[in-house]
Design a protein. Structure first.
Length: 217
C-alpha cells in the first residue's frame, strides 16, 4: 500500500473579495487555469511515491536540486531581481544543504539533465517562479507533515538537512510574490503570459521527476 497520498496544496494566499470569473485576480487565474496540471502532477506523484524509500527520496531531492538550479539561472536577470521578493536564491545555504544530503544518500554528483527552456519573457519567468516555488513548498510541507525524516532515518546531521530546514521565510517570500502578481494591473494577455510560465514549470517538474524516479515506479 502506498505510504502517503500526495496532495499538491500550494501555500495559502489570503483570499481576495469574491470576484466574478471575468475579474479574477492573477493568482486565482493561476490556480484555476493550471488546475488540470495540478491534478496530473498529483496523480503522477502518487504513482512515483517519492517519500517511500531512501532511494526514492534521493531521487526527489535530485529533482529539487535541479529546480533550484533553474531558478538561480533565471534569477540572474537584473529586471527580474528588482521584481521578485527575496526567495533566498543568492544564499548558498539551501543548495549546500541539498548537496550535503545527496552526498549522504550516495546520490552526488547528480546526473546532468536537459536544460530548462530559455528565452522566457519577464512575465513568463514570474509565472515560473510562482509555480516552481509553490510546488516545492507544498511537497516539503507535506514531507514535514508525514514525518518522512523520522520514517526514513533522516536527521539534520545526515541526509535530512534540507528536509528539516524551516520553510517559513520561503513561504513568506512566496506570498509576497503572489501579492506582487495580484497588485500589478496586467492585461488579459499579460496575465496569460504569467500562466504560460507557470505551466512550463509544471512540465519541467514532470520532466525531472520522470528522469529521476520514472524507472522506480
Amino acid at each position: 500500500m502506498p505510504y502517503a497520498y500526495i496532495a499538491l496544496d500550494f501555500p495559502t494566499v489570503p483570499a481576495p473579495l469574491a470576484r466574478s470569473r471575468a475579474h479574477r485576480s492573477l493568482t486565482q487565474r493561476l490556480a484555476e487555469d493550471a488546475a488540470f496540471l495540478q491534478v496530473y502532477m498529483r496523480e503522477g506523484l502518487n504513482q512515483i511515491q517519492p517519500f517511500l524509500t531512501l532511494e526514492r527520496y534521493a531521487g526527489f531531492l535530485t529533482v529539487q536540486h535541479h529546480m533550484l538550479c533553474d531558478e538561480q539561472r533565471y534569477h540572474q536577470a537584473e529586471e527580474l531581481q528588482r521584481m521578485l521578493p527575496d526567495l533566498g536564491l543568492t544564499n548558498p545555504a539551501r543548495a549546500n544543504r541539498m548537496q550535503a544530503d545527496l552526498r549522504d544518500l550516495e546520490a552526488w554528483p547528480v546526473k546532468p539533465v536537459p536544460p530548462a527552456p530559455m528565452g522566457l519573457t519577464l512575465l513568463e519567468t514570474l509565472g515560473w517562479f510562482y509555480a516552481s516555488e509553490g510546488l516545492m513548498l507544498s511537497l516539503e510541507r507535506l514531507a514535514h507533515t508525514k514525518g518522512v525524516g523520522a520514517r526514513l532515518g533522516l536527521t539534520e546531521l545526515h541526509g535530512g538537512r534540507h528536509l528539516h530546514a524551516s520553510i517559513d521565510a520561503r513561504t513568506h517570500a512566496w506570498r509576497q510574490l503572489a501579492q506582487t502578481l495580484d497588485s500589478n494591473l496586467l492585461t488579459e494577455d499579460q496575465g496569460s503570459e504569467v500562466v504560460a510560465g507557470a505551466c512550463l514549470a509544471y512540465h519541467r517538474l514532470d520532466e525531472l521527476l520522470s528522469l529521476a524516479l520514472g524507472k522506480l515506479s
